[in-house]
Design a binder for this molecule. Structure first.
Ligand code: KG4
Ligand code: ZN
Length: 336
């Protein structure tokens, strides 16, 4: 089954064609980072307008690279939640129009399920059940993936997402949006024990995350140093901040591995490209003797291929959408 999928939930427009959920035939992505950079973050209305311009040409080019016309595609899939509502609406409306005019089934895909499915594209042996940690610019979720289409949230961030904290700290250090990758490189040159930043826990919620206190602590540290005219080491700040993030992830994951006894752990989302997080999660899974699946760097960020992959499993479950499909900005407990 060949599925054409459209992704437009945030600041990447992407169209991809995937066969049977596992084989990428084409994936065309256009990032809007250069447009949003000057504002220090994503401007929703500008994002929607950029999606409108990009979605049709990217779809044509994905079809061309796969050597297909719309006739050769079995279904059309689209990210319908969670994300920026205006951005989602562009993809949803485009996909609905394609499906309607070409008489193809329509499949609505949750973006978070898509991030997890990026791993199916890279690891032919991976199949549920497993424990998944999705860390991205907008989300931090610890999930029990009981089957391809049965998800349960066991932990979630109470405030900022991990990526949001990375980007905010980077911004205060003068690094342009999105700063996660540059923070990663800086942290490799610094001392992770140089500054004791807080590791927050959430009362009575051992799997939940909270990053706003850590973010504020780092921002206060930087402002205090600036006011006192004290020179700081950006490398040490990045390393100490990353180390605090790694510790919180290790702590939640460690409890979840012990408590849920799932046979494997899967990492996903833009922040799963972080070398320090990959290293600490790899160490933890080795210690716990649980198999770990990491997405390739090329599939960590937003892309249409991961949406097409998840769409295949939704289709096997006959989970089809219709012409009344709407965009939903928020997620739910079952990652539906
Ligand atoms: O998954 P994604 O493309 O978008 C969302 O669904 O939110 O994630 C984007 C996030 C940004 O916050 C970016 O700074 C972060 O992923 N990111 C990283 C790294 N590469 C990207 N954060 C930390 N270390 C990295 N190497
Ligand atoms: Zn994403």
């Amino acid at each position: 089954m060949k599925i054409l999928a459209i992704e437009s939930s945030c600041d990447e427009t992407s169209a991809a064609i995937v066969e049977d959920g596992r084989k990428i035939l084409s994936c065309k992505t256009l990032s809007q980072i250069d447009i949003h950079k000057r504002y220090g973050g994503v401007v929703p209305e500008i994002a929607s307008r950029a999606h409108i311009e990009a979605v049709a040409p990217l779809t044509s080019s994905a079809l061309e690279e796969a050597g297909l016309t719309l006739d050769g595609v079995d279904a059309i899939a689209v990210t319908y939640r969670p994300g920026l509502v205006g951005a989602l609406l562009v993809g949803v409306n485009f996909a609905k129009s394609l499906a309607y005019s070409a008489h193809k089934p329509l499949i609505a895909v949750n973006h978070i399920r898509g991030h997890v499915a990026a791993n199916y594209l890279a690891h032919p042996d991976l199949k549920p059940p497993f424990l998944a940690l999705v860390i991205s610019g907008g989300h931090t979720s610890l999930l029990k993936v009981n089957s391809y289409t049965d998800y349960e949230t066991v932990g979630i961030t109470r405030d900022d997402a991990a990526g949001e904290a990375f980007d905010k700290v980077a911004r205060v250090m003068g690094i342009s949006y999105p700063g996660g990758a540059e923070m990663d490189a800086l942290a490799s040159k610094g001392d992770p024990k140089a500054i004791a930043f807080p590791r927050a826990t959430v009362k009575d919620a051992p799997y939940d995350f909270s990053y706003s206190g850590l973010k504020t602590a780092v921002v206060n540290y930087l402002h205090n140093a600036e006011q006192k005219g004290v020179e700081i080491s950006k490398e040490n700040v990045a390393a100490s901040f990353s180390s605090a993030v790694c510790d919180t992830i290790e702590n939640r994951l460690s409890h979840a591995i012990d408590d849920f006894k799932m046979p494997a752990v899967v990492l996903a989302g833009g922040v799963s490209a972080n070398s320090h997080i990959r290293e600490c999660v790899t160490r933890l899974c080795n210690e716990k003797k649980v198999k770990l699946y990491l997405p390739p760097l090329s599939l960590c960020g937003d892309n249409g291929a991961m949406i097409a992959s998840q769409a295949y499993y939704e289709a096997l479950d006959e989970n089809f959408a219709n012409i009344t499909l709407n965009a939903i900005p928020v997620n739910d407990k079952f990652v539906n």
